[in-house]
Design a protein around this ligand. Structure first.
Ligand SMILES: [Mg+2]
Length: 213
């Protein structure tokens, strides 16, 4: 992984942003539960999670998933990770899934920075675009299992958003177990542009233009 096009000031190739946790692997792994049990002090988050979770036993490399990433046409788009996790955890997940060489860049939460930003805060998406040297939000593709994160991206004008929604499974968020659903924040306006998928394979049909012919 490396930041692409470090030398140039802009790179207007679209970016496909992938959330990592509970998106690149199923919530059925229950990693979020295991994380939730261990987080008491946010500053200890990475040491506690990355150092002690047996991720290798909880998620498995899936050749079909790797193929999906290989089939994305890199002459048309770039592929980045966009995660609220800290970098070592995100990189470890990508290594286990054997996707690390297929991700062009990674935007993560920096827990060492006071008042760090994260999804769904506007600055996080804006900083992500700066890091990718992309100025046009209509060139952003984005998939995330958290509908609030999708709404945050849509508010920034990210055009091609997909909600990865494993309806019926449970995930843990903010220390609470929650049934995965497509529930929106109260008062959120209808957004028919957001597609819903239950497997990443469905992206071939939702975003056919990013895949090799
Ligand atoms: Mg997630």
């Amino acid at each position: 992984m490396s930041a692409s096009n470090e030398s140039g000031s802009v790179d207007e190739r679209p970016v496909v942003w992938f959330d990592i946790d509970n998106t690149l692997y199923s919530a059925s792994s229950r990693i979020s539960h295991a994380m939730g049990e261990r987080i008491h002090d946010p500053l200890d988050f990475d040491r506690q999670c990355d150092g002690s979770l047996p991720l290798e036993d909880m998620i498995k490399y899936d050749p079909a998933q790797r193929k999906l990433f290989e089939d994305i046409d890199r002459s048309k788009v770039r592929v980045w990770g966009l995660t609220n996790a800290y970098r070592p955890h995100a990189e470890r997940v990508l290594r286990i899934l054997k996707l690390d060489d297929l991700i062009d860049g990674l935007v993560y939460c920096d827990y060492q920075v006071k008042n760090f930003s994260c999804k769904p805060e506007p600055e996080f998406y804006q900083d992500a675009m700066k890091k990718a040297k992309l100025s046009d939000p209509s060139k952003c593709y984005f998939i995330d299992d958290n509908r609030g994160n999708i709404d945050g991206a849509r508010a920034q004008g990210w055009a091609r958003c997909v909600h990865f929604c494993e309806q019926g499974l449970e995930a843990m968020e903010g220390g609470r177990t929650k049934q995965i659903d497509n529930e929106r924040a109260p008062g959120a306006k209808v957004d028919d542009e957001v597609k819903i998928v239950t497997t990443l394979e469905e992206l071939r049909g939702v975003w056919p233009e990013i895949f090799k012919a």
